[in-house]
Design a protein around this ligand. Sequence first.
Ligand code: ADP
Ligand code: MG
Length: 143
Amino acid sequence: MIERTLSIVKPDAVAKGHLGAILSRFEKEGLKIVAAKMTWLSRPKAKEFYAVHKERPFFNSLVEFMVSGPILVSVLEGENAIKKNRELMGATNPANADPGTIRKDFAENVERNAVHGSDAPETAAIEIAHFFSGLEMSNYKRV
Ligand code: ADP
Ligand code: MG
């Protein structure tokens, strides 16, 4: 099934200049970038985005990290895009991530872990709507 998923290159990876390398992996694996923008989250918006984690001990630290610098948000489209992106990302903790995954290659630790990716169709739809309107998504043919 053709799906869309939300990807974020987090502030750690943007600051270290890994933006191009990370987006390149999506392109190489056939995930089509149908929307993309750089933005800098406000605290309220970061808290809203990660609301599911608000009871977790790392919540405040995670929010501070996510507002510490600009991020690159994009919408990736393709066959099983949600799962495919999660596979390319690797495990949440880079110490447990498989070789060749984004987090293995670019993440610092379990918090500063380079990328976000939606985990299910329902969350993907909600997360995409946080950042993009339908008009901001481009339908072009990957050749
Ligand atoms: P994922 O991003 O792989 O879906 P989660 O949804 O569980 O992982 O967590 C959201 C984000 O919260 C992670 O990407 C990471 O930045 C941060 N995080 C998760 N677990 C921890 C932890 N134990 N300590 C600090 N930060 C964490
Ligand atoms: Mg998650």
